[in-house]
Design a protein around this ligand. Structure first.
Ligand code: GDP
Length: 411
């Protein structure tokens, strides 16, 4: 079987946030915009985006799925649900294990809240590259700079602003894109679906110059050729800057910071661009290491369809219409409907029945899924979260042996 989308164009990511920062709203808008991008030119001519969004809601956006697949700029995005509540620490840890990157959403008024610190530290332990989205820039008291400082001071991270807001609170108009050197002004009439690209306004030129230089200073060293060009005073291209940001983000040396208001549809499309541009594909992360059940030797699970199959069950879900679903992250090899795999935790062989992909408003049955992907298998007989499904001839365990100790909160 061949892939429709190469693994290099796959992004498995989660959205992490303190309760109320806007995780649900951001996820909904992401599903909305990715849905729109897929349906452009179809029947909703003449309807406003909001009307259309209401219809989408009526049809039921499944934002509660453990993993939801959508598409943006020819990339496949698998959004993994990351529980926002601190009570679900083990669940958070497990979801962090199966994702390759994350968007951390903050409230522009509250900034970094205690719970954001907990999840941030967990993400550090799993070495998850992150992008920050300062949401609610339209709220009274919103302060982008203050949030960036809090990310630096409280989370001990190296935030690099990729944007500066144009206005704030009820005067929020859009953002300056420091990479493209353009103002992105969100069109109120289309509820942010249309973005006007204009020149940087005069009153923000000084701030723009300073912040752009800070951004390039922070990332130029990540590519030798770019650094040389920069040192010799040559202008860097958009692609060159993006490449450096990508390398620095994946190395987890920086966290790019963006902003907007999910509620007002401001900043969500640039955020999706950033997921594609800066978060890693399954090929760019440390390869998963399993332990051979018999020999106890380490087995590297290469992100390769031809390698022996290994996947982690990270969530069980009971659907009233289809029955028991086991969400699996495939690290190596492939899953095909009808094949037999081993559950190394139970020691039992299982036949893989139907394989599903969950989209915002529909389930799609697929016959085959390759390394790097996330799918749901219907009706496995014995399955627990944390169990490994693997090739019968290569029995390995992916979890349990090296799960880090849970984070202990110090009041
Ligand atoms: P979650 O708990 O992180 O999932 O947060 P929600 O997405 O449910 O948002 C919490 C509340 O904040 C809801 O009432 C949202 O309507 C509101 N909200 C979300 N995004 C924004 C925003 O950009 N601006 C404003 N003013 N409110 C927002």
């Amino acid at each position: 079987m061949s892939r429709e989308i190469p693994v290099s164009k796959m992004r498995n990511f989660g959205i992490m946030a303190h309760i109320d920062a806007g995780k649900t709203t951001t996820t909904e808008r992401i599903l909305f915009f990715t849905g729109v991008s897929h349906k452009i030119g179809e029947t909703h001519d003449g309807e406003s985006t909001m009307d259309w969004m209401e219809q989408e809601k009526e049809r039921g956006i499944t934002i509660t799925s453990a993993a939801t697949t959508c598409f943006w700029r020819e990339h496949q995005l698998n959004i993994i649900d990351t529980p926002g509540h601190v009570d679900f620490t083990m669940e958070v840890e497990r979801s962090l294990r199966v994702l390759d990157g994350a968007i951390a959403v903050f409230d522009a008024v509250a900034g970094v809240e205690p719970q954001s610190e907990t999840v941030w530290r967990q993400a550090n332990r799993y070495k998850v590259p992150r992008i920050c989205f300062i949401n609610k820039m339209d709220r009274m008291g919103a302060n982008f700079e203050r949030c960036v400082d809090m990310i630096r001071d409280r989370l001990k991270a190296t935030p690099v602003a990729l944007q500066i807001p144009i206005g704030a609170e009820d005067k929020l108009e859009g953002v300056i894109d420091l990479i493209n050197s353009k103002a992105l002004v969100f069109d109120k009439a289309s509820h942010g679906s249309e973005i006007a690209v204009t020149e940087v306004p005069d009153n923000l030129k000084d701030e723009y110059e300073i912040k752009r230089a800070e951004m390039i200073d922070a990332v130029a060293e990540y590519d030798e050729a770019v650094m040389e060009k920069y040192l010799s005073g040559e202008e860097l291209s958009v692609e060159e800057i993006e490449l450096c940001i990508r390398k620095a983000t994946i190395a987890q040396d920086i966290v790019p910071v963006m902003c907007g208001s999910a509620f007002r549809n401001m900043g969500v499309q640039p955020l999706l661009d950033a997921v594609v541009n800066y978060l890693p594909s399954p090929l760019e992360i440390d390869q998963m290491v399993g332990i051979h059940v018999d020999t106890k030797a380490e087995v590297i699970c290469e992100s390769d369809d031809k390698a022996p199959m290994a996947g982690l069950i990270f969530k069980l879900f009971s659907d009233p219409y289809i029955g028991h679903l086991s969400f699996v992250r495939i690290y190596s090899g492939f899953l095909e409907s009808g094949m037999t795999v081993l559950n190394s935790a139970s020691g039992k062989k299982e036949r893989v029945g139907r394989i599903l992909k969950m989209h915002a408003n529909k389930r799609e049955e697929i016959k085959w899924a390759g390394a790097g992907d996330i799918v749901a298998i219907v009706g496995l007989k014995i399955a627990g979260t944390g169990d490994t499904l693997c090739d019968i001839d290569t029995p390995i365990a992916l979890e349990s042996l090296d799960v880090p100790e849970p984070v202990i909160e110090v009041a």
